[in-house]
Design a protein around this ligand. Sequence first.
Ligand code: DX5
Ligand code: ZN
Length: 225
Amino acid sequence: MDRHKKIAPSILAADFSCLSEEIRAVEAAGADLIHVDVMDGRFVPNLSLGPRIVEAIRRMTRLPLYLHLMIERPDSFIEPFVQAGADSIIVHVEATPHLHRTLQQIKQTGVRTGVALNPATPLSAVEEILDEIDLLLVMSVNPGFSGQRFIPTVIKKIRTARRRLDAKARPPLLEVDGGLRIENVKPLSAAGVDLFVSGSAIFRSGDYKKAIAAMREAIETGERV
Ligand code: DX5
Ligand code: ZN
């Protein structure tokens, strides 16, 4: 089913001792794509995984893999992650000094381009590259860990982002990541989010199908607001 608004479970909150079962379970439960958090212990105070694990994940699912790179100077890792099977590479505006060049590099590999903004980074930081990206990711927690509290001021930022993106001939998708719960998904959907990333609300729920369905319902209710 090709839905306009999509749910992307973040495997950071999954049980890594049985990652393939976890990924198959969220796929069966109705996930639209898989969000893979890559951390370097420098850009964010945590480490996660590299291309070899992404390559293994690629073999576990048919869902698109969207890689959220929370790493400094990501340029040298773009090619290995694309080879590993990424469908989209999202880099942080704060992590690369030559964002335009980094985006050209991603484009040349043929995968979708994305840029992420930390909560403290203004939208103006991406103004000049909006025509170069397929996706804008607005972080609603400071990246590094799953299970953090949602920062409510992000809703206003999302609304503004929606307007700026809609002014484009080919508007990039708008994604939100961090602290999503049923209560904030509805206003986020109303504010114009297309892609909802969720870690703990899905993987710590005990019933993935129920959690995804409830989130989907909140998204659809928000759409009607
Ligand atoms: C945070 C990551 C998120 C995180 C989301 O650095 O980018 O993708 O896993 O997890 P929750 O939904 O638990 O905040
Ligand atoms: Zn993420």
